[in-house]
Design a protein around this ligand. Sequence first.
Ligand code: F3S
Length: 409
Amino acid sequence: MDLTPEQHRMLDGDYGKATRKAMQILVTLGDIYSAQRLVPVSSVQVAGVSYDNLGEAGLHFLSEMADSGGQARVFTTLNPAGMDIENWQVLGIDPGFVKNQQRVLDAFAKMGIVTTCSCTPYLVGNVPHYGENIAWAESSAVCYANSVFGARTNREGGPSALASALTGYTAEYGLHLPEARRPEITVEVHAELVDTMDYGAFGKTLGEQLVNAGGKLTPYIQGISQVPLEQLKSFSASLATYGGIALFHMEGITPEASSYSPPAKKISIGNREINVAKQSMQGGDDDEVDFISLGCPHLSLPEIARIAELLRGQRVDKEFWITTARPIKQIADRMGYTAVIEASGAKFAADTCCVVAPLKGRFKVMATDSAKACYYAQTKNRFRTVFRPFDEIVQLAIAGGHVEQGGKA
Ligand code: F3S
């Protein structure tokens, strides 16, 4: 790989031990993927933040980087941690875990990384623009940033994202290169897609079909005329989870779509496929639900406003987590949404989520509108899942609430 004089000096240790280690990681990755050079990144998003996933080995690596002088050279934010930094007692998180999670966050903070722990960094100020190279790690955010913003990032691992933060560079391969961003298969949509649940189911069935069609094909999606941000974030999360997809083009919606013609290879998705996907995530009855979670990916402010509207004057009788980024929660506080929601008995879980918090074995059946959360609830936490539309999930939480399938409480 061709390195600039500055990059050579980083590799030689002129900028300290941590920067040298970071540059070694990037050069090794570049060699593996035959990158010609390193390119500057405008922002970084680091995943692998929860102590539940990192363990002592991961914490040791971070502490070493922090103690040997590592400093972020570009704006860098974090993926969710294993706990709400302020509200962990209410959520029943073990104090021993809290201590270790705090050590992780302290190490990141020491490196100048912004400890906003969210998988929707684009809702809280980490917003790339079209054509910018970035180095993000959270799969749903990577898919969103590449597709909806037209920014350029591979799905980084924890160490490679940190390496980009400490150097300001990433190896130029994969989705940083225009030729790797071309669509490979046309997807004709003939289904009625309305809410976040619909788009989650769409992401699941499309992701699985793309895997069957040859694996990780970039789709060019036709047939959707309008789609709100919340549905796009749900779709991005699901497509990344079930298909390993980091980029999609949606005709009339995403900025790069107009640069391409629809590929000749085609598949079609209708209501039947969407319904099969929905059914595949139903693993329990409403009566069995003992945990409810909304906010995968982290909730936007309008979603929180909607929860407050539905919960006003109501009482919930199940553990109900509302997961979002801390700055969004702070606006919810100011708007009075938090007071309404907490008066019902529902709980905010900012900085964290139902997947990265240490919840294994704590509940039996989780209800959610998120296809991604269903996947990890089943595989990581061994919960069964009830998959329903957003409003119905809130109704399920309300004391005595019972929701007919597709109906109202
Ligand atoms: Fe975000 Fe956690 Fe879902 S990181 S995308 S809320 S699994």
